[in-house]
Design a protein around this ligand. Sequence first.
Ligand code: AMP
Ligand code: ZN
Length: 456
Amino acid sequence: MVIKIYNTLTGQKEEFKPLKEGSVGIYNCGPTVYDTAHIGNLRTMIMYDIIRRVFEYENYHVNQVMNITDIDDKTINKSKIEKISLEKLTRHYETIFLSNIHSLNILTPNRLLRATEHIKEMIEMISVLLEKEIAYNTKDGIYFSIGLFKEYGKLAKINLNDEVRERISNDEYEKENPRDFALWKFYSEEDGEVVYEAAFGKGRPGWHIECSAMATWALGPTIDIHTGGSDLIFPHHTNEIAQSEVATQKPFVNYWIHGAFMNINDAKMAKSKGNFLKLIDIEEAGVSALAFRYWLLTSHYRTPVNFTLEAVKSAQIAFIRLIETFVRLQEVEHEHIHAHADKIDYKKEFKTRITNDFDMPGAIALTWDLIKDHSVEAKEKIALLLDFDKVFGLGLNAVLDIQKDEIPAEITVLAEAREDARKAREFEKADALRAEIENRGYEIKDVAKGFEFKKK
Ligand code: AMP
Ligand code: ZN
């Protein structure tokens, strides 16, 4: 089925046409590893994962590339505050990031690129921009002359009038100015040990050039899809387009996809505002990572969500009901099927929804319709639910694995011995046998039919 995508560049939903038939190259702007990701960042990572899964579901060969920003102002500042090397700091947060995405059932991108491992490509691209005289030197670094790139701002729909263009290309900017557009920052003592040699002067790359250089290196001068949170449209992606299109003289990206923000108390969740939560915070408040994922699937990726614990907890109730229903479906033996002449083709409808700009809320609603549909046999429902979960990533197959997980024979023997002891009213012996079973990592539960096990 054709995948329809809302493209930020054109402001329209378009039919996706790959550069190469049957394949898709995707570049995701990844985390800046100076701290643990907050749940807003993780919303964006879940969106990336859904996009990848939908393409895989539609039998595309996916090449998903994500960068790890392990060198920029924030990471360097933090390493100074913590008095540890940049590498030690960033590897620490990278590990936490990988563990977070694992908990959320986010598939590991095909390639994870650390910025510090691609400085060479960044230097090469800056050299090209210097040769083309769109980059210029100042005393503190090399800048990109926005005014000389006629199409500057096309993604963010910013129209620079000539006066603004003039000012942007001539001024020197403060670091925090959003129009600040350093390609390379010359070494200053504040950078400590973080320094790279380049023909145009030792220093370190600006943030925007990192993504341009890595994306081109991994996926070529023109890329099918580039993604990020909506805050990246300007200036980050706007500047990436400018750098890349001048350097390669080719269109940089065919489809730009941007995810809406997660807010909290109706304000943007951001590290700089201090109003953020991490995955571990919500887990400690009793929300599982996958219930959080389920909650996010019930909103479209282009709709902002407002985080409240109550909202996520009520989604968790629905999520648990989904898992319980799935488990119960396996136990159905006799069922009364109400045959309908116009039976819904759930698989087809599912594909229609997921390929309509990744409509997860629609696909989740369809899943509940399927569950309630008395004209579909339990066996068929199970197969469909497992199939849909290839896109949802809610771990239904893991539920099956736990169920299948056979109890070792020794445990069964111990349990039967305990049952005998209980019947003979030898309670001390029974308790000792229970302790032994528990020592071996199993919990025994007495139920009407006898006993049941649970892995501890
Ligand atoms: P960072 O680690 O700051 O580089 O951000 C990683 C990703 O998270 C980027 O794609 C951002 O656009 C995205 N992001 C940042 N804040 C939020 C938020 N509150 N909600 C959703 N995505 C966000
Ligand atoms: Zn980026």
